[in-house]
Structures are given as structure tokens and as C-alpha cells.
Design a protein around this ligand. Structure first.
Ligand SMILES: *Cc1c(COP(=O)(O)O)cnc(C)c1O
Length: 366
């Protein structure tokens, strides 16, 4: 299925409507379902069944090209994938420069259950091979440094070594990169970011073609009780049909902005996989459909960076992927980046105005 087919199918709404049914998905808030007699084959209890989840999972399956499961956050999906797939004595490999909460999960929780974590930087992820790892967790481009690694090569090497590859695809979405088609076993993502785009919901999902892993993750959701709220799921249902449009606009704008920012004298370093001289450019061309909407720019120092964010009128917030452009200094969370490093999430504003505002702010701090 092409991206156009996927986008079109999401636009067409839910199938199987009867005459008189509402076109929009009804919000079903239910803990109990009317269930006399034999319970088989009908929704029974709200921790296990909800028609809104089912519809969102149908949408996510179209996006991912694989069965998908909805979770109450990106971390909910990541912890489900790890808890469902690992056992005591296993070793897991994680990126040292990826989303930091995943590392905390490994160090504070998985370690207590006898799962040891090892770390490598994304840019050199393949070095040293994958022998002895039950699971290899990959994030490319990494958040926030935007380093890349070769998904197809890593997935093949992990498989040959007898492990499973999990890819956090949050920074790219299925319209920017398709890890399952490059050989990954599981893809996880935070739908809090671009898939929602409205900055008002926390959700996540995983998708896999491995039926045993899928069932184990579903069982984890049921047994841990960490289930998505029907209302949040319904909010995501409204956003997914416009993801393709929003993502395309965000990537177009980021591509237009990146060279202008890179050429500005106030910018000391800039990372964007779409720039021909970016270290990840060749890989980005080979494994990504778009170059994404995140730009990493390094200014003189933390103070200069904070002044830039304010002067440019960027939403000063953590997280990314909203329709409004946002930015933050990642050093404030302890990420291993320079104090003046700004992660800029390019939104859906008309690009001429956005670009003028950002360049004017850089002129001001230069
Ligand atoms: C935000 C994020 C997560 C966590 O998602 P939540 O929805 O906040 O739980 C995981 N991975 C990456 C790369 C992220 O950016």
C-alpha cells in the first residue's frame, strides 16, 4: 500500500456504517457491557474492550501496515513491548542518546527484574555486533541529537544473532519511515507527538507482525491495567486522518528552514538529516521517505538559546510534533547536548512568516 493509499483510507472514515449511523465515531465511555449468558465473542469489560480503541487501532494498523495496539502513552507502549518480550537473564541494548525515559525504565525497573541493559551511541549502533542481546532497541533519528543508524543492516544483524529489534519511530511517524518494512520486529511510538498534533493528549502504540509478541503485549495491557482512556483515544481518532497533511507540511517547512538557519552566523552547529552535509544524510536518503520536522541548532550558550526561543515567538515547551512550532533547550533535562542546543519542532504555520520570525530572532541575538 502506498502512502497515498494509507492517507486516503484514513480520510474515508470507518467502514461498515449502516443507514442512519453517525459518520463520526461515537465516544463510548463504558466499564460494563450488556452481557447476559455466554460471554464469548462480545465486549465484556472496559479494561479489555472498548469500541473507540478498536477503531483507533484499525487506523493505526493502516498506518503501520501491521496489527497495532493502543497504550495510554508512548512509554506505556515501550514498557509493554519490553515487559512482554523480555525475561530474567536477558540482555537488552539501548541507545545512549535516545529518549531518556526509556533508559530510566531499563535502569530503574528492568534491572530489578534481572534484565541488564547495555548502551551505545546511535551513530555507532552497529559497532560491536549484537551477540547475546535478546532485544535491541533502536531510535533513528535519535531524540534529541538527530543521529541516524542503518535500520535494515541492524535489523538483519540482530535477527542473525537471534534477537528481536524494537524501533521507536516517534520522530518520523509511519509517513516518514517504515521500520517494519526495513526488518524490525516491533515498532513503538508516542502518539502524543505528531500523530495527535494538538498538544492535548498523551497516547502511544506498538505495531508488530509477530503474532506471539502482539498477544503478549495485549496480555500485558490487560494484566497491568495500563489501558488508554476512551476519551483520549477518541481525540486521537480525530487527528489521525490529517497526519499525512500535517506531517508533509511540517517536513516541507523544516526543509526550507534548515539551510537558512545553518547559514546564519548566530548558529554554531545545525543538525537536520535533510542537509547534504549532515552526517546522517546518505542514510536518511536511503531509509526515510521524508527528512522530518525536527531541527537541532546550537547557539552560543543556554542564555542565548532561551532569548532566541522567546524572540522568535516559538512555543517554549518540551515535547514536539504540534501544529504550532515549539522549541526548548534540552540541556535543562540533563540530555548530553551543549547548553545552547535547541530542539526546534517545526509546525504547520505558513512557512514564510515562520522563517522571517526565526531569522529575525537570530539576527537579534547574533
Ligand atoms: C515523547 C517520546 C516518548 C514517550 O512518549 P509519551 O507519550 O510521553 O509517553 C518515547 N520516545 C520518544 C522518541 C519520544 O519523543
Amino acid at each position: 500500500m502506498s502512502d497515498d493509499d494509507r492517507a486516503g483510507r484514513l480520510m474515508h472514515g470507518r467502514p461498515g456504517l449502516e443507514r442512519g449511523d453517525p459518520v463520526a465515531l461515537p465516544l463510548t465511555m463504558a466499564s460494563m457491557f450488556h452481557l447476559p449468558g455466554d460471554p464469548a465473542g462480545a465486549p465484556g469489560y472496559g479494561r479489555v474492550d472498548n469500541p473507540v480503541w478498536e477503531e483507533v487501532e484499525r487506523q493505526l494498523s493502516i498506518l503501520e501496515g501491521a496489527p497495532a495496539l493502543l497504550f495510554p502513552s508512548g512509554m506505556g507502549a515501550i514498557s509493554a513491548a519490553l515487559m512482554a518480550g523480555l525475561k530474567a537473564g536477558d540482555r537488552v541494548l539501548l541507545p545512549s542518546d535516545g529518549y531518556y525515559t526509556t533508559r530510566l525504565l531499563a535502569d530503574r525497573v528492568l534491572a530489578r527484574f534481572g534484565v541488564a541493559a547495555a548502551y551505545r551511541p546511535t551513530a555507532r549502533y552497529g559497532e560491536g555486533g549484537f551477540d547475546g542481546f535478546a532485544a535491541v532497541f533502536v531510535e533513528t533519528p535519535s531524540n534529541p541529537g538527530l543521529d541516524l543508524c542503518d535500520l535494515a543492516a541492524i535489523c538483519a544483524a540482530v535477527r542473525a544473532a537471534g534477537g528481536v529489534t524494537l524501533v521507536d519511530n516517534t520522530t518520523m511517524t509511519p509517513f516518514g519511515q517504515r521500520p517494519l518494512e526495513l526488518g524490525a520486529d516491533v515498532v513503538v511510538a508516542s502518539d502524543t507527538k505528531a500523530p495527535s498534533g494538538q498538544s492535548d493528549v498523551i497516547l502511544g502504540h506498538l505495531a508488530t507482525r509477530d503474532a506471539a509478541l502482539f498477544e503478549a503485549a495485549k496480555d500485558w495491557r490487560k494484566l497491568s491495567g495500563a489501558i488508554p482512556g476512551p476519551f483520549e483515544a477518541w481525540q486521537l481518532n480525530r487527528s489521525l486522518p490529517t497526519l499525512e497533511m500535517r506531517f508533509a507540511r511540517m517536513c516541507d517547512s523544516a526543509e526550507a528552514l534548515a539551510p537558512r538557519l545553518a547559514a546564519h552566523p548566530a548558529v554554531r552547529a545545525l543538525r537536520y538529516p535533510g542537509l547534504p552535509d549532515d552526517p546522517g544524510h546518505a542514510l536518511a536518503r536511503s531509509q526515510m521517505a521524508r527528512f522530518g520536522f525536527l531541527i537541532g541548532l546550537t547557539l552560543k550558550d543556554r542564555d542565548t538559546a532561551e532569548r532566541f526561543i522567546e524572540a522568535a515567538g516559538l512555543t517554549p515547551a518540551t515535547s514536539f510534533g504540534g501544529v504550532h512550532s515549539s522549541a526548548e533547550c534540552r540541556a535543562r533535562w540533563g540530555d548530553d547536548v551543549p547548553g545552547g542546543f535547541v530542539r526546534l519542532s517545526v509546525g504547520c504555520e505558513p512557512v514564510a512568516d515562520l522563517s522571517a520570525r526565526i531569522v529575525a530572532a537570530l539576527d537579534e541575538i547574533a
